[in-house]
Design a protein. Structure first.
Length: 240
């Protein structure tokens, strides 16, 4: 059996299906990243709940029930629970079990846990604001190449600023996925698949900024607090 177990199993499935046409449309990078993050986090959570699936194709409806009940217990918002359930509906198609996943209300204890508000939320992302992300990265690169590299890592992998600044690319690169620990929220491990040529290309360029194979992409002569302050100073609007 592959020593990477469920992680390799899921990464392989994502490479084959994530980003392919679904219902006649091609998924955006943001949608692909969200699916990847939710699926990796959920299968890790299943193991914590006692379901040690080595092959993700063994996923069954009882596993989703366990996940949704856990999300409900943790107080996740109705929108998040419904979104996660929808991702598993797509996932069930990938593993040849179309129709297995029903509405999220079928899996909760309290139906109110999945009753969403109809109030529209503003899209605060750069793409939602009509900003050319690659042009912005190029602009930042003229000011500071390291800051631009961190910004591009955030864009490519959906990282938090601190995750990007503390990323040790040589160590985090596990071939089919990026293994994050430093800078993550609450210090929890996080796995992000390397499932596009763009992600691989960005990661290889990031390695050029590391002083050695155990270093992060940040300036090794500066403390983390200095690195963070400088990064946000470079990104400050109106700075010339």
């Amino acid at each position: 059996m592959n020593k990477l177990g469920w992680k390799a199993s899921l990464a392989r499935l994502l490479r084959e299906h994530n980003g392919a046409k679904f219902n006649g449309t091609i998924s955006s990078y943001a949608t692909r990243d969200k699916r990847s993050n939710v699926l990796f986090a959920s299968f890790k959570q299943l193991r914590e709940l006692g379901y040690k699936l080595e092959k993700v194709k063994s996923f069954r409806e009882k596993h989703l029930t366990a996940l949704v009940r856990e999300w409900e217990r943790r107080g996740l918002s109705p929108a998040t629970i419904q979104s996660n359930t929808s991702i598993f509906r797509v996932f069930s198609d990938w593993i040849g079990k179309r129709g297995m996943i029903r509405g999220s209300e079928k899996y909760v204890v309290d139906p109110a846990a999945v009753q969403r508000s109809t109030i529209a939320k503003e899209d605060k992302s750069w793409a939602g604001k009509g900003i050319d992300i690659q042009a912005k990265i190029a602009e930042v690169k003229q000011k500071d190449p390291r800051a631009a590299m961190a910004l591009e890592l955030q864009h490519a992998f959906g990282l938090r600023a601190r995750e990007a600044l503390q990323l040790r690319p040589h160590i985090a690169d596990k071939g089919v996925y990026l293994h994050l620990h430093a800078g993550t929220k609450g210090g929890r491990e996080r796995i992000v698949p390397i499932d596009t040529s763009y992600k691989r290309e960005v990661l290889e360029r990031a390695k050029e900024f590391a002083a050695n194979k155990s270093c992060s992409i940040s300036d090794p002569t500066k403390k983390l607090s200095q690195v963070k302050n400088h990064y946000f100073y470079v990104l400050r609007p109106g700075r010339s």
